[in-house]
Design a protein around this ligand. Structure first.
Ligand code: SF4
Length: 104
């Protein structure tokens, strides 16, 4: 993906979230099994089902929860690329966003 395509995709996601796309933020996966179950749901989606990815993983465009968790501190976040490196997601993300696959 070129830098331009990445930027375009980032804007598309921001627009979808900004327009109030309802995503599944709860329950947060507390166990490895619950985490794996969400990954399995993501793998069942069509490869280009961007909305499905955002919904299932529970994307929001702001820090989340009492600890104000965000992509910036997630182990999957690639700072310099503004990218989520979780293979089942593999989308550009802003540092202040969050999803329920957040891990440290
Ligand atoms: S897994 Fe979720 S919280 Fe972590 S970087 Fe990816 S989108 Fe952000």
């Amino acid at each position: 993906m070129t830098a331009g395509e990445t930027q375009e995709l980032l804007k598309t996601i921001a627009d979808m979230l900004g327009k109030g796309l309802r995503t599944v933020t709860e329950p947060f996966p507390e166990t490895d099994k619950e985490f794996a179950d969400i990954l399995a749901q993501l793998r069942d989606l069509e490869v280009d089902d961007l909305e499905g990815k955002l919904v299932v993983s529970g994307f929001v465009d702001h820090p989340f929860g009492p600890d104000q968790q965000r992509c910036m501190e997630c182990m999957y976040y690639l700072v310099h690329r503004r990218w989520c490196d979780l293979p089942e997601l593999a989308v550009p993300v802003e540092p202040d966003w969050w999803c329920r696959l957040w891990r440290i």
